[in-house]
Design a protein around this ligand. Structure first.
Ligand SMILES: [Zn+2]
Length: 63
C-alpha cells in the first residue's frame, strides 16, 4: 500500500521524527506506520521516554 513505509525504513527515522526533522511526506508515512504497527509504536514510546528524560534533566539544570 502506498505510504506505508515498513519497519526497516521507519525504525531508523524515528529519532528524526521525534525531533521534527523529517520532511512532511516522510513524517506522514512514519505516522501512518506507527498507527498500525505495535512494534514500531513500542520503539517510538521507548525513544520518546528517553528523550523526555533527557529534556527533564535539562529543564532541571535550567532552574
Ligand atoms: Zn513497524
Amino acid at each position: 500500500m502506498e505510504g506505508d513505509a515498513g519497519c526497516a525504513r521507519v525504525l531508523p527515522a524515528l529519532s528524526d521524527f521525534l525531533d521534527g526533522e523529517l520532511d512532511a511526506m516522510t513524517a506522514w508515512a512514519v505516522r501512518q506506520h506507527l498507527a498500525r504497527c505495535p512494534h514500531c509504536r513500542a520503539r517510538y514510546a521507548n525513544l520518546h521516554r528517553t528523550v523526555a528524560a533527557l529534556k527533564g534533566v535539562g529543564a532541571r539544570r535550567r532552574s
